[in-house]
Design a protein around this ligand. Structure first.
Ligand code: SF4
Length: 170
């Protein structure tokens, strides 16, 4: 059974997107942004492994969730393992959001294995590295002004990054 390497899970987060979220913090990150709030998530050997079955069960058993958020670490490093979870989240009728230190263009280009496939299931993507000189406390659900809140469905349709106009996210 496939297992995902995570640094942690928050069952009822209210800071990783609108409403109550099931937030999965994946382990391992190649970006090393200065000032990162989660440096313990950088090592590819740290954290712990969890079965995909356990994650699906926890999501299914919480009727109060409005969505699921992939955070990290860098979720797209484990895109292949996140695919069945992403598919399951959408089957449950929940919104799926993901953070990434990559840019949408990099994920869309195919250079990150399975990233383009994973994007098909994601509703909202918050992309870009955390840039400490652009840090702002006024931004909703993101850390620095360079990061974009992207409407993935529209972006895939247009073939370029389209910013989300969803006021719950902005
Ligand atoms: S992408 Fe996120 S987890 Fe990775 S170094 Fe940057 S802020 Fe930290």
């Amino acid at each position: 059974m496939a297992r995902l390497r995570i640094s942690g899970i928050v069952n009822d987060s209210i800071v990783d997107g609108p409403g109550l979220r099931y937030s999965i913090f994946t382990q391992g990150c190649p970006h090393h942004c200065p000032g990162c709030h989660n440096p313990q998530t950088h090592s590819y050997k740290g954290g712990r492994k969890i079965s995909l079955r356990k994650i699906k069960k926890a999501i299914k058993e919480n009727p109060l969730l409005s969505g699921v958020t992939f955070s990290g670490g860098e979720p797209f490093i484990q895109a292949k393992k996140l695919l069945p979870i992403a598919k399951f989240v959408k089957e449950q009728g929940l919104e799926l959001a993901s953070y990434t230190g990559f840019l949408f263009e990099e994920l869309y280009s195919g250079k990150v294995p399975y990233a383009k496939e994973l994007l098909q299931y994601i509703d909202i993507l918050i992309d870009g590295k955390f840039v400490i000189s652009q840090k702002s406390m006024d931004l909703k659900f993101k850390g620095s002004k360079n990061q974009r809140t992207i409407d993935v469905k529209e972006s895939l349709k247009e073939g370029k990054a389209i910013l989300s106009t969803n006021e719950k996210w902005n």
